[in-house]
Design a protein around this ligand. Structure first.
Ligand code: 5GP
Length: 113
């Protein structure tokens, strides 16, 4: 069995985090190293290592995570926001537990670095 990731420890309440929302499927926490004035992480309670390893069984959950992100943006009056999912080390993934970054509060450049 893999060692628990930091996000599993946060979900289990073993490590502290600023939890902004919790429901049956996900939590939203503030990123510890924010890259924008608003930078939160939408993290499913189910451990899926990364999008690259999701299965068709995860389809509903993946859709729900986008809706959780949209609800957070609406509830916080964020008309513009960027969602980022890093899948794999070269893409910038550092925690192997799927999560969506929601960034907002500043202009965003394209292409991303
Ligand atoms: P990734 O690089 O895997 O796409 O994103 C992982 C994110 O988790 C990073 O933005 C990083 O700052 C954040 N992070 C890592 N450890 C912790 C932690 O202990 N608490 C919180 N709140 N965020 C963390």
């Amino acid at each position: 069995m893999d060692e628990k990731t930091i996000f599993e420890k946060i979900i289990a309440g073993e490590v502290a985090a600023e939890v902004l929302l919790e429901n049956e499927v996900a939590i939203i926490i503030r990123d510890i190293n924010p890259q924008a004035p608003i930078h939160v992480l939408i993290i499913p309670k189910k451990k899926i290592s990364r999008v690259g390893e999701a299965t068709s069984e995860d389809g509903n959950l993946l859709g729900e995570l986008l809706l959780v992100a949209k609800d957070f943006a609406n509830a916080n009056n964020l008309p513009s926001f960027r969602l980022v999912i890093n899948s794999g080390r070269q893409a910038g993934e550092t925690v192997p537990h799927l999560h969506i970054h929601l960034l907002s509060g500043r202009p965003m450049a394209w292409p991303p670095g």
